[in-house]
Design a protein around this ligand. Structure first.
Ligand SMILES: CC(C)(COP(=O)(O)OP(=O)(O)OC[C@H]1O[C@@H](n2cnc3c(N)ncnc32)[C@H](O)[C@@H]1OP(=O)(O)O)[C@@H](O)C(=O)NCCC(=O)NCCS
Length: 189
């Protein structure tokens, strides 16, 4: 007999994408008014170094936000702005590549330069509790980063994502192919 899916199809998209409070941070869906801040984040040299897909104008950012809304509605992924106490965008966290059969998702994140080294990624990044039933439903959250991205490696380990290995020559960056570390966090059952 086929095992049932780990997460019931329709169970997340049945409700609007939730905002997720996280200590003094709020993870919330992206809004049109965030486009300037989103675009500005992608002007940062470090974010540009590790993210090869980048919006080049506010219209691009708005298109991305549309895709994010569709991702939620079609249960492909969830994308949140990480908002600070005064409402400013401090970062981004995304759960992508949803696989409800096996309960899998991939995590992606950045934090704006002015908010770095204050625990934003550790609190509102890959350490997040995903929305949904049964402590998020997702059994395994994975992330990968270039083996040269030591900050991301620290964030991953601090957030409970064990290093599983190195995917050789797995991603193209501006300066060529990089080996990628694969990390994952397995839900405690
Ligand atoms: C990587 C990034 C998300 C870290 O965000 P952050 O909010 O500054 O991270 P935190 O303050 O939560 O730090 C978490 C841990 O990582 C460590 N860390 C953060 N930045 C670091 C750096 N540049 N070098 C070494 N360690 C670093 C912190 O010291 C902390 O570990 P500790 O508590 O053991 O000291 C941020 O630097 C960033 O957006 N970089 C560019 C985009 C990027 O790399 N995204 C990930 C792509 S895979």
């Amino acid at each position: 007999m086929t095992p049932p899916p780990v997460i019931a199809p329709g169970s997340l998209a049945a409700r609007p994408q939730p905002a997720l409070p996280c200590d003094d941070l709020l993870l919330r869906p992206w809004e049109a008014g965030d486009a300037p801040a989103f675009l500005s984040a992608y002007q940062d040299e470090t974010i540009r170094r590790w993210h090869t897909r980048r919006p080049s104008c506010e219209a691009d950012a708005l298109e991305w936000f549309d895709t994010y809304r569709r991702d939620w509605a079609t249960e492909r992924g969830g994308h949140w702005a990480v908002e600070g106490v005064t409402g400013e965008v401090l970062g981004r966290i995304a759960l992508r590549g949803w696989d409800f059969d096996d309960g899998l998702a991939d995590v992606a994140y950045w934090v704006v330069p002015a908010a770095r080294r204050r625990g934003v990624a550790a609190r509102g990044g890959p350490g997040l509790s995903p929305p949904g039933p049964g402590r998020g439903g997702f059994h395994r959250l994975a992330l990968d980063h270039s083996t040269h991205n030591h900050a991301s490696c620290r964030v991953a380990l601090k957030s409970g994502y064990d290093l599983e290995g190195t995917k050789r020559s797995a991603a193209v960056h501006d300066d060529g192919r990089h080996d990628m570390h694969l990390h994952a966090r397995i839900r405690e059952v």
